[in-house]
Structures are given as C-alpha cells and as structure tokens.
Design a protein around this ligand. Sequence first.
Ligand SMILES: [Zn+2]
Length: 87
Amino acid sequence: MRPDEREVAGLTCAQVMAALSDYAEGDVPADLRARVEAHVAGCRQCEQFGAGFTALLAGMRRELAAPDPVDDEVVARLRRVVATSPL
Ligand SMILES: [Zn+2]
C-alpha cells in the first residue's frame, strides 16, 4: 500500500479507484457500492478524484450523445467551393 493510501470502510484507495468506473456505470453490487460511498465520504483524496472522474464521464456522455458539430472552417471552405464552382 502506498503511503498516501488509506483504508476507509474496508477498502483501500486503490480498490476504490479500481471499482470507480463500474461504480459510475451503476454496475457494482449494492454492498460494494455502499462501501465505496463510505470510503469516498471519509477520504478526501478519493472524494476529489471521484468528483472529477464522474464529471469527466458525464461530459463524455454529453459529447457522445451530441451530433458531430461541423467545423466552421469546413463550412466556410465548402461555401467557397460552391460559390466558385462553374456548375
Ligand atoms: Zn481513498
């Protein structure tokens, strides 16, 4: 165990990190979920990491759900091509 690792609620920080992606997906058994929550509530390090991680995941989900934005530069280039096309 690293010196900055703590054991809270029967889980070490490393075990919480390992469970975190499953946890964010809602894919962990209820007892592990409760222990992860208890650990994060009592461990500042994991609390900060967990908040950043879930925010990152939420951001990625929003990005994936949104349609691909077309780059303004691409639109401008297409407009120029269309405007100068002899057809
Ligand atoms: Zn921790």
